[in-house]
Design a protein around this ligand. Structure first.
Ligand SMILES: Cc1cc2nc3c(=O)[nH]c(=O)nc-3n(C[C@H](O)[C@H](O)[C@H](O)COP(=O)(O)OP(=O)(O)OC[C@H]3O[C@@H](n4cnc5c(N)ncnc54)[C@H](O)[C@@H]3O)c2cc1C
Ligand code: SF4
Length: 569
């Protein structure tokens, strides 16, 4: 149903934000705080903060299958299951049922989604790192993909800004490869992680171990407390939603801030599938959406539109937004829309155990691990591949001392004792942009009559070579630090998407001929449309990307409001 007259007035706002995840939450917060009346359209069902986290306080034994993946769930969550953890009964709460939201794979692509308020901001791992200066210049220096139209210095004040609000805990280290931020106190490494740090750094000058930088409050500010957030309780059940608001999510942070302004309208169950573009005006006037329950179609209007549906879904909306000016999809004169899909490749690393430390333990379930910043192709290090990888990992005590039996009283007794200390580290590797790694729309339709996506992406030679180094360097570092039975792994049963860091489908660039977005995240030829999720990324760095989406979104929102005030949009 399309609306006119008074109803059109009711559906008209200053700004529309599509998607309520990490980046959409930031767009809504920034735009409402600057006085704009904002409509946020979310395709999934509503999840209220605290009361919506139904499994947050449960233990494994509270679940009918004790937390396991049952046969039905394995079928319904066929892509989510590929993570190895997110389809189980304890964790799958906010993930999509893949059977309800189908997609196709020319080559396997693990598309892990959360369609409900807050998007994946509720399930993310909260690892939050700044990109470094060279992350923004490497494409230009090495002749890969296209150049970023911005540099680290353009984003640095926005990193400061989003870190202060979101609350990132970590240690200031002074590494140029991993710039410091506005940190709350870092979590503590346990004794074996400290032992590894000491042993590894002594053997490999220039390599470092630090605690993971995570979006968890360890010393909440007055602003955070006023939003109802409190310090982390070290329970590590974060993926089910945090009733303490201790980690950054849309629900805990950006949504309450936006709601406080009384300028936000949130409508859930609205699948946006098209940006309405007026060829005469030369700009977008609104969006079309379909209600996921009633299938009613509605148009919403605004002066500016922020697409924050996540990298793949924002590109999907843009591909369906054709007009005379944009015959191949919004901003797609360069034919780069839907191409250059990047995702960090992982599951290559090593593990081992260490003697001693049997009189030491740790308190609680720290929701974090250790981090080893990139060292390849950095300084004097040179490799037969470009760029590099960082490692995430951690040490813990296994359950149960070694006994011969696997049944009986002695075995049962042994399980109540802490066992040996083990450590594991796994790499997160940078992926290069490649236009042949892409998503397209097929003729197949979903239950709403909307086109189903097909993925065709794989890792190239550079990534394959890097994966070997990821394993071998991990083995070398654990062995040098004195760990026993060190085993390397390089799991081949993984495919793009599994890093859950999809990027690059509507990249920024220096001109319309090489990109979809300009240096302010505006769509070329539709300058009142902004895309500030992972779609905008021009390269992928090797660090987790969401902090950069936050900074890009806050920067673009400030620019958009400024331009509106000047009458330019
Ligand atoms: C298990 C897990 C661990 C992760 N760990 C980390 C980590 O440690 N560090 C890190 O940086 N990142 C991590 N990520 C990735 C991180 O969650 C994403 O980078 C981030 O959420 C992306 O933000 P976004 O706003 O682009 O998309 P999302 O957070 O996915 O939000 C998109 C929203 O848009 C909605 N939407 C989609 N299509 C439409 C449409 N057509 N109309 C209306 N609404 C729509 C969705 O329902 C969703 O709510 C992890 C992700 C997962 C799942
Ligand atoms: S570990 Fe901290 S952030 Fe995670 S659910 Fe518990 S209190 Fe919340």
């Amino acid at each position: 149903m399309y609306i006119q007259g008074k109803a059109k007035e009711q559906n008209t706002f200053d700004a529309i934000v599509v998607g309520s995840g990490v980046s959409g939450g930031w767009a809504a917060k920034e735009l409402t705080e600057k006085g704009l009346k904002v409509l946020m359209l979310e395709r999934g069902y509503n999840v209220e903060h605290i009361t919506g986290y139904k499994d947050a306080m449960k233990e494994s034994w509270d679940f009918p299958h004790r937390g396991r993946v049952d046969k039905k769930a394995a079928e319904e969550y066929w892509a989510v299951k590929r993570t190895g953890y997110a389809a189980n009964e304890e964790n799958r709460g906010f993930f999509v049922k893949d059977t309800e939201h189908p997609y196709k794979e020319k080559r396997r692509f693990d598309w892990i989604r959360g369609y409900n308020t807050g998007g994946r901001s509720k399930m993310w791992g909260r690892q939050s790192y700044r990109w470094n200066k060279r992350d923004f210049t490497a494409n230009l220096e090495e002749g890969v993909g296209t150049d970023w139209p911005i540099r680290y210095e353009d984003l640095a004040p926005w990193y400061d800004y989003v870190e202060r609000f979101a609350g990132i805990s970590g240690y200031k280290e002074g590494f140029d490869v991993l710039p410091d931020g506005m940190f709350q106190p870092g979590m503590e490494m346990n004794c074996v992680e400290k032992h590894f740090k000491q042993g590894m750094e002594a053997n490999f000058p220039g390599r470092h171990v630090t605690i993971g930088r995570v979006a968890h409050l360890t010393q909440p500010t007055a602003e955070q407390t006023a939003l109802g957030r409190s310090a982390c309780q070290f329970r590590n059940k974060c993926i089910r939603g945090c009733p303490y608001g201790a980690y950054f999510s849309t629900q805990s942070a950006t949504l309450p801030a936006a709601m406080k302004t009384e300028n936000l309208t949130l409508l859930t169950d609205k699948i946006v599938y098209q940006v309405i573009y007026d060829d005469e005006l030369g700009k977008a006037t609104g969006v079309k959406a379909i209600d996921q329950n009633t299938k009613e179609e509605t148009e919403y209007f605004a002066k500016i539109i922020f697409l924050n549906a996540s990298a793949i879904n924002s590109a999907w909306v843009m591909m369906q937004s054709t007009s005379s000016r944009h015959p191949n999809g919004l901003g797609n004169a360069s034919d780069q829309l839907g191409r250059n899909i990047m995702d960090h490749h992982l599951d290559s690393g090593a593990s081992g155990w260490v003697e001693g430390f049997s009189d030491q333990y740790y308190y609680g379930n720290r929701p974090n691990g250790i981090y080893i910043p990139r060292f390849t192709n950095w300084g004097t290090d040179k490799r037969d591949f470009l760029r590099g990888f960082g490692y995430q990992g951690g040490a813990s005590r296994s359950k149960g001392v070694e006994v011969e039996q696997t049944f009986g009283a002695e075995f049962k007794e042994s399980l109540s004792e802490p066992g040996i200390w083990r450590i594991g580290i796994g790499g997160f590797g940078e992926t290069l942009p490649d236009p042949s790694n892409r998503m397209t729309l097929t003729d197949e339709k979903d239950q709403w009559g909307l086109p189903v996506i097909e993925f065709d992406a794989w890792w190239g030679d550079n990534e394959q070579k890097m994966r070997v180094a990821m394993r071998d360097e991990a083995v070398a570092m654990l062995e040098a630090a004195g760990f026993k039975d060190v085993r390397g792994h390089k799991n081949e049963d993984k495919s793009p998407g599994i890093g859950i860091h999809e990027m690059g489908t509507a990249r920024m660039g220096t001109e319309e001929g090489n990109s979809v977005l300009n240096k302010n995240n505006q769509v070329w030829g539709a300058e009142n449309v902004f895309v500030t999720d992972g779609a905008a990324m021009v390269s992928s760095s090797c660090v987790n990307p969401s902090l950069t989406y936050m900074a890009l979104t806050a920067r673009a929102a400030a620019f958009a409001v400024d331009e509106m005030k000047k009458g330019n949009l």
